[in-house]
Design a protein around this ligand. Structure first.
Ligand SMILES: [Ca+2]
Length: 230
């Protein structure tokens, strides 16, 4: 009896461990990430894809956690962005996250006390040369804020295609851009003037599993509960 209970308990723990691993894998697949824990990972700051490149500062501590990067305004007349490295962008195909994932990062600034906007933009070869972006009021202060923008209509994505007037992006636009991304930009300078600092950690593009995958995990969870009650 004692022997059986121990065997069952061991089996149950093993099953739960497998389930928990599956659950963690299914909850979000990381398609690209920079943690800045050991260096700047090739990130720079620039106005846009053809803007002058500036180096960012790498800080070994103070991030979320450990290392992070920051940018101190270099120009009095331009707005610079943190510009993702080629290793972060990889093949540039993030289409599996379209409608089913998003982009997140930890960010902060000490620039200004008035309302400032935080922007994130993707440049791409979709329909020629296309910029997809969205923005939200920036939290000003000494600490970190996590920002998370879903690749669907909840994030108010805007698009500029070949210099045409800016319009709201459709889901087809979002999918099209995410298949051929060649740049990702996050605000690094919120105020016109050389007056402050922005910092960044954990930029990440992720996808989440289809609803079917969640349903499967739910069934596995119910089966596990029944076994435990026996
Ligand atoms: Ca970090």
């Amino acid at each position: 009896m004692t022997h059986n209970t121990n065997t069952n308990t061991t089996a149950m723990i093993a099953a739960l461990a497998v389930l928990s691993t599956l659950s963690a894998t299914a909850s979000a697949a990381t398609l690209a990430i920079s943690t800045f824990d050991t260096g700047d990972e090739g990130w720079i700051s620039q106005r846009g894809p053809t803007g002058s490149p500036y180096t960012v500062n790498w800080n070994p501590t103070g991030g979320v956690p450990t290392g992070h990067i920051n940018y101190w305004d270099h120009t009095s007349y331009d707005y610079e962005f943190f510009s993702a490295s080629s290793s972060f962008l990889g093949s540039g195909d993030f289409s599996q996250a379209a409608g089913n994932g998003g982009v997140s990062f930890d960010w902060g600034t000490d620039m200004g006390s008035a309302s400032q906007m935080l922007q994130i933009a993707f440049t791409s070869t979709y329909l020629g040369s296309t910029v997809l972006w969205t923005e939200t009021p920036a939290t000003i202060g000494p600490g970190w804020t996590n920002y998370d923008f879903a690749f669907d209509s909840t994030a108010s994505w805007m698009i500029e295609i070949n210099g045409a007037p800016v319009v709201a992006a459709t889901s087809a636009d979002i999918s099209g851009v995410l298949a051929v991304v060649n740049g990702m930009f996050i605000t690094a300078d919120t105020v016109d003037g050389m007056d402050g600092n922005c910092w960044l950690d954990n930029p990440m593009i992720y996808s989440v599993p289809a609803p079917g995958a969640f349903a499967l995990l739910g069934l596995a969870g119910i089966a596990g509960t029944r076994r435990r009650r026996r």
